[in-house]
Design a protein. Sequence first.
Lengths: 272, 274
Amino acid sequence: MKILSRLYIALIILFLYAPVAVMILFSFNSSVSVWRFSGFSTRWYSGLAYNTTMLNALEHTLVIALLSALLSTVLGTAAAVGIEAIRKKITKKLVMSVTQVPMMNADIVTGISLMLLFIFIGKLIGLDESLGFFTVLIAHITFNLPYVILSVIPKLRQTDAHLAEAALDLGCTPLKAFFKVILPSISTGIVTGLIMAFTLSLDDFVISYFTCGHYQTLPIIIYNMTKKSVKPDTYALSTLIFITVFVLLILYNVLQTKSEKKRAAAVFKART
Amino acid sequence: MNKKSFGSRLIAAPYLVWSALFIVIPLLIMFYFALTDQNGVFTLSNLSAIGQYKKAFLISILYAVIATAITLLLAYPMAYCMTKSGISTQRMLFMIVMIPMWMNFLIRTYSWITILANTGLINTFLTKIGLKPLRLINTPGAVILGMVYDFIPYMILPIYSVMSKLDKSLLEAAEDLGSDSFTKFKKVILPLTRPGIISGITMVFVPSVSTFYISQKLGGNKTMLIGDAIEFLFNSGPAYYNIASALSLLLMIMILICLFVMNHFSDEDGGVLM
């Protein structure tokens, strides 16, 4: 049974990583083909440093991901606190339903509806080119928000409401009570939301495709390349991104395990 | 007290404005486009023109249903096997499943061409060992494979997280009461993991039914899905925005119906558990 289960896990991992392996292999191809492997070379990696289109797109992606993650975290955390304070059940339900729309809806519908809005507004104020940096940023914040809100709300519910009241009774201003009492207890939810928002934004293709105009992010550039022909340099960049993510996650995992061990040791010491 | 709650409700105000502006109004504009012609005059012609895309709709639904079913069949045992591993292995496996989600799915889909193409890795291997090459790329099978591949982490992870929190004593109780492993699965494990299955199904079905990239790359433009039709129309210029909006509207309504049905199932489940 154990062998069978290990074999199954191995097969699924093989399925998940076969295309990744192909990508890494062909990023080292000495010829321009992503079909036939003709020899080992790192020329596509060194060529990346001069590929301004790709580097620009990478910069756009990172700028949008950072800004949209930060802004949606601030806006979403405030929203979560506010929504939780709504007393009327119907209003609360309505707000939550609207909040879930971008999460549940198909990306293509979200992207198109936003594009129509931006074009409409652009026409109203007489712009030639209504799509660009701000529209893609707005779009990303919009689809990030529900994830932030939904990761903060459960933490808010776990927080003891009396703690904030106690802080108020002891002379805190509401603002101070929020920062001193509520914020620390919901911080894990906020961080989860921030990370989720960042990665969602980093990876988004469909919504950016309809809202970015000339402010092209990396997935858009990659899409345009796959329309013509992909060269190993796209694979090289993707490999670099893959390795970065991989190392960061391993590091995170190791650090987490370490801190857990420390905590366990502390508990053990406290007991003895 | 009242003052305080008023104040905390007020900090949701920026978000409420935001969601009205960028969630509700865009959908209303789409609705408006779907029901008007190019000059803004009310018409139902866009909706009646949808008939031409009946085939695309049906194929999209068919492919998405098949892909979702295969994904579930592959993912459920995977989640189960994961929970049988040690704690640190489980965490590692969780990450291994998650990492591909952080890579660009366009590139991952594109690499399948290298594997499936007529002179690709699989066929090169087949001819080397003396077998006839297979036609793999540009087939419905390739499109469905692409959907399964791209979205399987969204099925594994929710099922796994529900399954790993499963109360082991319930399983022991079932065994003590004389359940064989099939009954145990049917009566205990399956009902308790249903929330994970439901969210997995919606997270795979919605992107599958609305995709336009996978079909273009792996289906070779031969199979037109509804996402392809919408993308094509929007790229054909403002004259086609109305009909494209009508198609998007229909897609959205279809997805809403699916979600509603799904929610109904999970509510029922909750009711039974209570």
